[in-house]
Design a protein around this ligand. Structure first.
Ligand code: NAD
Length: 385
């Protein structure tokens, strides 16, 4: 095909994208208000194992969750609902990032505990996470990072449904000449993530929100993101809103002289993706961080790390660290208004992972297995109850 023909095709593809994105903002206008879990009579928690080490860590997280929620499960207020089929094999066979029957099952749940899912390299198969974030409109990726002894108490509000990711498989190519991907920032999409970050700051006594972009270069998308965050900030006069560029913020996080002054971060999708892994590493590695993907109707909780396929290939999957998915369980409990249970789990994890350390997971055969660590957490939970 000639360059001219390819350009014409690209322009039509772009027109369709614009229309689609405008339709998405229309849907956002009609979104239902957030669920009040404290008042909800029945809560269904979906459980998806995922790929690689996913089923191993999720199995242990489910045991801990059942243990903590024993009474609520017996009374029928809470139901744990296992969902099969969110596997790379099934996704490739069905040629869908989340097969439609799996998505339908997920949509019968209120919240989801999900193991990491493998994304095939290259090709056009979208990541299951990107698809789930879009389908369930999980617009806020919330990741806390705490290193108490260094005065670090950060929480990241990463925009989850826009930026480079929403159109990541929809780029255009003029064969042999160029390739172009797209990034989108909508007003409503930015406003709701900004509000989530400032509301968190207000409700938790935080005084500083860092707005992190590359607005000096990405003038339209990041420029609008920054401007809208500042508009929202005006409604929170007790909170300081500061602009930072992502490059210097990446440096700030490893600078002990200033990093403890940051509290809440609000960022577009790609920067949030990168910097939250950096922050997790400062906390002790991606195995130690939890992640919540929150929308108004649904929420999904998972580990920050991926499916660690190499651990499976090397036959050491059973030695995977469940700390990250257990942090996700803690966040899930908080989200469904069971803060007392979440606090209990947080205390047990603090004892197991920081103060006592009687059982240590190293990610290889020199350490404990995932199951041994979960047993240790449950024994500790019993002692502190
Ligand atoms: P990864 O997080 O799977 O692995 C990075 C390193 O951390 C590896 O050395 C791995 O062995 C180690 N590791 C990860 N989790 C661990 C645990 N619980 N205990 C001990 N060690 C652990 O990252 P990757 O290799 O870049 O990605 C593998 C696959 O996971 C890819 O297909 C990627 O797309 C996918 N992924 C999924 C998610 C998700 O579903 N949320 C997130 C990130 C990556």
């Amino acid at each position: 095909m000639s360059y001219t023909e390819q350009m014409e095709n690209a322009v039509s593809a772009f027109r369709a994208l614009l229309k689609e994105q405008l339709d998405r903002t229309e849907k956002m206008k009609n979104a239902a208000p957030a669920v009040d879990y404290a008042k909800k009579e029945h809560i269904r928690i979906g459980i998806c194992g995922g790929d690689g080490i996913g089923p191993i860590i999720v199995r242990e997280a489910q045991r801990v969750l059942s243990f903590l929620l024993q009474e609520e499960i017996e009374k029928g207020r809470i139901e744990l609902f296992e969902i099969e089929g969110l596997t790379i094999e099934n996704r490739l066979e069905k040629k869908e990032p989340v097969p439609s029957d799996v998505l339908a099952a997920i949509k019968t749940c209120d919240v989801l505990l999900k193991g990491p899912t493998t994304t095939p390299k290259g090709g056009t198969m979208e990541s299951a996470n990107v698809a789930l974030r879009r389908e369930l409109d999980l617009y806020a990726n919330v990741r806390p990072v705490v290193v108490a002894e260094e005065g670090i108490d950060w929480i990241f509000y990463r925009e989850n449904t826009e930026g480079e990711y929403v159109l990541g498989s929809r780029g255009i190519e003029i064969e042999g000449a160029l390739a172009m991907d797209f990034k989108v920032t909508t007003d409503l999409g930015t406003r709701r993530i900004a509000r989530a970050a400032f509301e968190y700051a207000k409700n938790n006594g935080k005084k500083n929100v860092a707005i992190v972009t590359k607005a000096n270069i990405m003038k339209k998308t990041d420029g609008n993101f920054t401007a809208i965050c500042h508009e929202v900030a005006k409604e929170y006069p007790d909170i300081t809103a500061e602009d930072w560029y992502i490059d210097i913020m990446a440096a700030n996080l490893v600078n002990p002289a200033i990093r403890s002054r940051f509290e809440v971060f609000v960022l577009p999708n790609l920067y949030g993706d990168i910097i939250t892994d950096e922050a997790a590493q400062i906390q002790g590695g991606v195995g130690t961080a939890g992640s919540a993907n929150v929308g108004d109707a649904y929420a999904m909780f998972e580990a920050v790390h991926g499916s660690a396929p190499r651990m499976i290939e090397e036959g050491i999957g059973e030695y995977a660290n469940p700390s990250s998915i257990l942090k996700a369980v803690e966040m899930l409990l908080r989200h469904i208004a069971l803060a007392d249970k979440a606090d209990k789990l947080a205390s047990a994890m603090q004892i197991c992972g920081e103060t006592e350390k009687k059982v240590v997971v190293t990610g290889d055969k020199n350490g404990a297995t995932c199951k041994e660590y979960a047993d240790y957490v449950m024994e500790t939970l019993q002692k502190i109850s």
